[in-house]
Design a protein. Structure first.
Length: 318
């Protein structure tokens, strides 16, 4: 049985002492318009994880997935969300071109922002039917306006502000993000008119970008209705949130699981992963997570996903 996981490395655990990156003496796989690369990483417990990476190409060269990241062309810092989503959709449609992929048995993995919009990638009913499961890590499902208020409250607290000061800052932050995301005004215009709001902006004096992306990217995110997208999902889904994820709220993945379960009771599994950060980082405290001070990688976090995938292969098709 073929297993296809979209946009994720295939990883298996190897005992210390195994030859890496590849033990097999047979020639490496060779497929038209696909690069196959073998490599490995070493976990903190001494086990090594073999990675098999396939990079697809279209007729024009690099397939346009997350432009400006890795080997893809483009400028990630200038790219808007609609262009990025179009790239993912184009990549999804190419799956049927390869005979080593079962395009009707696809597992979709989304991390961070991707953990929220993953159900938007397959557009038509026939494309949606190709996806037999979702894996979401650190995703979101509310409006981006709500997200910004929630992350800002956590950010102010982790900066060491007193509870009272956090609340005062939140009053100003509400004005800033409402004027921008809801009323559609430009951030430079807002902070010029209200100078007391300028100090709240996460990117400091750069009022034209947020988290390294142009503001248009987030304006487009705010227009999404991810609750409606997840309400259409009827396939098994594992939805993870890290204990020390200060970026996304726990309630978002809980809601995602509720929406899927409403369609198919028991199909969704929500898990709060101990000592995990926003994605698969390992942290020992909220302060460490906020400072980006990670502990050695814990393979148990990734095995939650691989164990779930193996479980799905044992389950009879419904």
């Amino acid at each position: 049985m073929k297993l296809t996981i979209v946009f994720v490395l295939t990883i298996s655990s190897l005992a210390a002492g195994d030859d890496l990156p590849r033990r097999a003496k047979t020639p490496r796989e060779n497929y038209p318009n696909v690069d196959v690369i073998y490599d490995s990483v070493t976990a903190s417990d001494g086990h090594r994880l073999r990675t098999i990476i396939t990079k697809s190409h279209d007729a024009k060269g690099k397939l346009p997935v997350k432009q400006g990241v890795g080997d893809s062309e483009g400028d990630c810092a200038a790219n808007d969300f609609e262009s990025e989503l179009a790239g993912y959709r184009a990549a999804f449609r190419t799956l049927k071109k390869y005979d080593f992929i079962d395009a009707n048995r696809v597992y979709m993995l989304g991390i961070s922002n991707g953990g929220g919009f993953a159900p938007l990638i397959p557009e038509s009913e026939s494309e949606q039917a190709q996806v037999v499961g979702y894996v979401s890590v650190g995703g979101w499902v509310k409006t981006w306006f709500e997200h910004m208020l929630e992350i800002e409250r956590r950010r102010f607290a982790l900066m060491g502000k007193s509870p009272g000061e956090v609340t005062e800052r939140m009053k100003r932050a509400t004005t800033l993000y409402y004027e921008w995301l809801v009323k559609g005004r430009s951030v430079p215009e807002i902070v010029k008119e209200r100078p007391e709001l300028a100090g709240l902006w996460p990117d400091g004096k750069d009022a034209t970008h947020l988290y390294g992306r142009p503001l248009k990217f987030y304006e487009q995110l705010h227009k999404l209705n991810l609750a409606a997208a997840w309400s259409r999902v009827k396939v098994p889904s594992i939805i993870l949130h890290g204990q020390y994820d200060w970026i996304m709220s726990r309630e978002d993945p809980e809601l995602m699981a509720q929406y899927v379960d409403a369609n198919r009771p028991g199909a969704a599994r929500f898990m709060e992963v101990p000592e995990m950060g926003h994605t698969f980082q390992h942290y020992l405290s909220w302060a460490d997570a906020f400072a980006g001070k990670s502990a050695p990688f814990d393979p148990k976090m990734l095995r939650i996903v691989t164990d779930w995938l193996e479980e799905q292969q044992r389950e009879p098709a419904k």
